[in-house]
Design a protein around this ligand. Structure first.
Ligand code: SF4
Length: 66
């Protein structure tokens, strides 16, 4: 693991998700979630755009749904 010199966070380059079925199953959970704003597909908890976030392997749902 490499650390960012400024903030100390893990700065390791991570592979994006390549298996689209996992992203699709994450997005399905979001679509059924009360915190998803359907107009922009944006999560009201983390303020992320979910069509992108679900594809990033290291990301997590802020309330543990996935
Ligand atoms: S990331 Fe979690 S809280 Fe946000 S919309 Fe998806 S399931 Fe809901």
């Amino acid at each position: 693991m490499s650390e960012c010199e400024n903030c100390g966070e893990d700065a390791t380059i991570k592979e994006p998700m390549t298996y689209n079925k996992s992203a699709a199953s994450r997005f399905k959970i979001c679509q059924e979630c009360e915190y998803l704003s359907p107009t922009l597909n944006m999560c009201k908890k983390c303020l992320c755009f979910m069509l992108l976030k679900v594809k990033l392997t290291w990301e997590k749902c802020p309330i543990g749904k996935w």
